[in-house]
Every structure is written in C-alpha cells, then in structure tokens.
Ligand binder design. Structure first.
Ligand code: FAD
Length: 418
C-alpha cells in the first residue's frame, strides 16, 4: 500500500475527510492530539450521566450528513419544534404550527409577538425553503438583527424570541452574525428536526471513526510540524505522507501552517445539574425571554433522552453565553435564576459538571462567509479543512472535510495520469 494521506485532527472535519478518502480507496492515517475522537463534539460519562461538552444539537436537515452518517443508528431524540419562553412572569410556548399543529393555539395566544410576527415567521420559513440547501450563502450579507428588522418583526418579538433563540445558536447575543448563516440555519430548523443522539453527541464522531479501517486513527498523537510529504509528531518521530490535511480548529492550524487567519472565538459556559424531580416534562428548549440573565437556554436533557441519566434521576443542562473566570459564581447565579422559573425545587439540584469553552465557535460577522467556502488547497500537498474554512457548524465542518478529500483525490489522480 502507498503512503497514506495524513490527517491532523479527528474532529468532524478530519473524520469526514478520512471517510471520503477511504471510500475512494485512498489510504488514510488520522492523528489526534486529544484522548478521544470528536474534537468539539464529545460526550463525557460522569456518575452515570452522559454530558455533552457544551450543549449542541444535530439539525437533521444538514446536507453534509447524508454521505457518512447513519442517522437511524444514532437513535436520534428530537426536541419539540419551537421553544418555551420565560417572559419574566410565566412560560409561553412558541411552537411551529406547521410541524406541531397542537402548538398553534398556544403560539397564537403567546404575548411574545404580534399576529404579524407569527405570520412573518411563516413567510420567512417559506422564503428560506426556496432554492437549494446552500442558497442562503449567496443571499444578502448583513447582520441578522438588521435582516430581522427589515422583515418587519417587532422589537418585542426580536427581544423575546430571536435574541435568546439565535443567541444560543450563534453563541452571541447581539445578532451581529451574518444573515447568510441565519437563513441557512433557519432553513435547517424548518426542514428537519433538532435532535440529539440517545447516548449523546459524542456518538456522531464515534460512528464516523468506526467506518475507518482498524488502526487508522491514533489518539494522544499530537503533530508539531507539517510538510507536504509528512508530519513530525510532538514526541519526535517523522511520518511520511502522500499529502497532509490540517483538520484542526483555526488556532492550531495557524500554528501548523502559514497564512491562516484565526477568527475571533465565541465562548460559552454550560452547567449540568442532577435532580430527583424534573422541573419540566417538555422536550423543549426553555429560553430566557426576560433578559434577566445569566441563563440563555435550559432543557431537561433526560426528558429528551432518558439514556443520559441513571434511573430515577434527571439531568438539566443550562447554557450561558460567553466564558467566565469564576464558574462557581456563575453557577450560583444560574441556580438563583432557575429558582425564579421553577421555584424551591431548584435548591435540591446538585451540580454534576461545568464546562467553560473559550473556543467554541468561530465568529461569523458580515463578510466572514464571503466567499461562503474558502479554499481547501493550502499549498502543494497540504490541505486544510474545518468549520472556519466553511460555515461554523457540524455541517460546515463535515462539508469542508469532504471538499478537502475530493481535492486530494482529484490532485492525486491528475499527478498519476499526468
Ligand atoms: C459548545 C458548542 C456548541 C455548539 N453547538 C453546535 C450546534 O448546536 N450545532 C452545530 O451544527 N454546531 C455546533 N457547534 C459547532 C461544531 O461542534 C463545530 O463546528 C465542529 O465540531 C467543528 O469540527 P472541526 O473538525 O472543524 O474542529 P474540531 O472539532 O475543533 O476538531 C479539531 C481537532 O484537531 C485536534 N488537533 C488540534 N491540534 C492538533 C495537533 N497539533 N495534532 C493533532 N490533533 C490536533 C483537536 O484536538 C480536535 O480534536 C458547537 C460547538 C461547541 C463547542
């Protein structure tokens, strides 16, 4: 067998790249610095709970999933379409009447949003569903806030629904993320489900890695230097390669190869709590529409998937936007706010683990997705992929990995015939 393509990083982009190359009969070797595959998508087991490293969801409409993922085998558990909003006094449901007809009445009567807002949501849905899946990336490039205002949504609806909902997707509350990404994501929410694998998001990279030949993925193997004909490992050895793919997050890529611009990062803090009693039986995202802070969103993870908690226990996941130097203090503030939502039962919640993730998502302000897909050929024999090369999502990471693999296959077959 010839020299393999060496892929640096076993996140979703690196694994998708490896799967695409393997499917074309090109030998691969994936080298991962961390203890396990998955990069930013991993699930930890703690005291019988399964905790995703930061709350994330899989949008089943993502076009890049089809090639390598067996969604049935992931045993996906879907969220209710829409969300439950905490308005300061009460919870209100904003449903998706087209997909969950029973949510029509509560949605119409919800005080968050005028009738015009609710009709405009349906029109927006219709508009984003036009064209192909990636049509959004050639649409208007302005901030999401400007875009929503231009469509005539009321300030109240933007504040109470879009700001917390999209804040949790973009990991920034100002809605300064380009409307191109918003329109893509809104199409994905409209065309498929928001779901989590029964045993946590970490099942996704595990499934991708399981489709690669035994021994082709090495963990705890950090790469220190990249050349077009191989890589040097941090502990010394040199590995020969027919080509190298840098499939790391932008910060590490900039250390390994020249000319990578590292976008500013969006940070997030996620807190998990155990409880004997579930504060809500809804399989829904609970959003803070009151701007009371610090909670952005909360859900009962064990209501979505009982497999993530031991029997008779419930797992609550809370997300706050931004990082913190003092997670305990932020956790106390989270509990104090949750008590205003659910009452004294919150005093019995016990912390399971906190995650403060400084480098969660590359920022995508206006201009960041122009062009929507950046080149995967870095220089002869060296390729890049990752969410910062495409759009900052599971879909972008996987699609960029596939693009890098296709570029390598095309270049190698040209060299072989030329
Ligand atoms: C908290 C959070 C919430 C998110 N929410 C969502 C969501 O709801 N929906 C969604 O679609 N996306 C979401 N995302 C984004 C999504 O998870 C990422 O876009 C995607 O996983 C990025 O994959 P990647 O392969 O580009 O990078 P990474 O996952 O960062 O993988 C890069 C890999 O390279 C490895 N590496 C780095 N340097 C080296 C080296 N020198 N040698 C060897 N290996 C190295 C790293 O250890 C890592 O494993 C979220 C991300 C976070 C963190």
């Amino acid at each position: 067998m010839g020299k393999p393509v060496v892929i640096v990083g076993a996140g979703l982009s690196g694994l998708s790249c490896a799967r695409t190359l393997h499917a074309q009969g090109i030998p691969v070797r994936v080298l991962e610095r961390g203890r396990a595959v998955g990069g930013r998508v991993q699930t930890d087991e703690v005291d019988g709970f399964r905790l995703d490293r930061g709350f994330q969801i899989l949008l089943t409409g993502y076009p890049a999933l089809a090639q390598h993922l067996d969604l049935d085998a992931l045993d996906l558990r879907a969220f209710e379409p829409g969300a439950v909003l905490w308005t300061g006094q009460r919870f209100e449901t904003i449903g998706d009447p087209l997909r969950a007809p029973a949510s029509m009445l509560p949605t119409l009567f919800a005080r968050s949003g005028t009738l015009r807002d609710k009709i405009e949501v349906l029109r927006l849905r219709r508009d984003v569903l036009r064209g192909d899946d990636y049509a959004a990336f050639s649409s208007d490039d302005r901030t999401t806030l400007e875009y929503l205002q231009s469509r005539g949504f009321s300030e109240r609806f933007i504040e109470q629904f879009f700001r917390p909902f999209l804040g949790g997707v973009f990991l920034e509350p100002n809605l300064e993320t380009t409307a191109r990404f918003f329109r893509f994501v809104f199409r994905m929410f409209s065309s498929g489900e928001a779901a989590i694998p029964a045993r946590g998001m970490g099942s996704i990279p595990l499934q991708l890695a399981a489709g690669l030949p035994a021994g082709s993925v090495s963990v705890e193997t950090a790469v220190a230097e990249v050349r077009s004909n191989g890589v040097r490992l941090e502990d010394g050895p040199w590995l020969e390669a027919s080509a190298v793919v840098v499939a790391t997050e932008a910060t590490s890529a900039a250390r390994l190869v020249r000319g990578i611009e590292v976008p500013p990062w969006r940070a997030v803090s996620c807190f998990y709590f155990a409880a004997d009693r579930a504060p809500s039986t809804r399989k829904a995202l609970h959003l803070d529409a009151s701007s009371g802070g610090p909670i952005n969103n909360l859900h009962v993870a064990s209501a979505i998937s009982p497999e993530v908690a031991p029997p008779n226990k419930h797992l609550i996941s809370v997300t706050c936007l931004g990082g913190t130097n003092d997670p305990e203090r932020l956790r106390d503030a989270v509990l104090a706010q949750a008590e205003t939502w659910f009452g004294a039962q919150v005093r019995a919640w016990t912390p399971v683990r906190d995650y403060v993730i400084g480098e969660a998502l590359p920022a995508q302000p206006v201009g960041a997705l122009e062009p929507p897909r950046r080149p995967v050929r870095h220089r002869s024999g060296v390729y890049v992929c990752g969410d910062y090369v495409d759009q900052a999502s599971i879909d972008g990471a996987m699609a960029s990995g596939r693009r890098a693999a296709e570029a390598i296959a095309a270049d190698q077959s040209r060299e072989a015939t030329g």
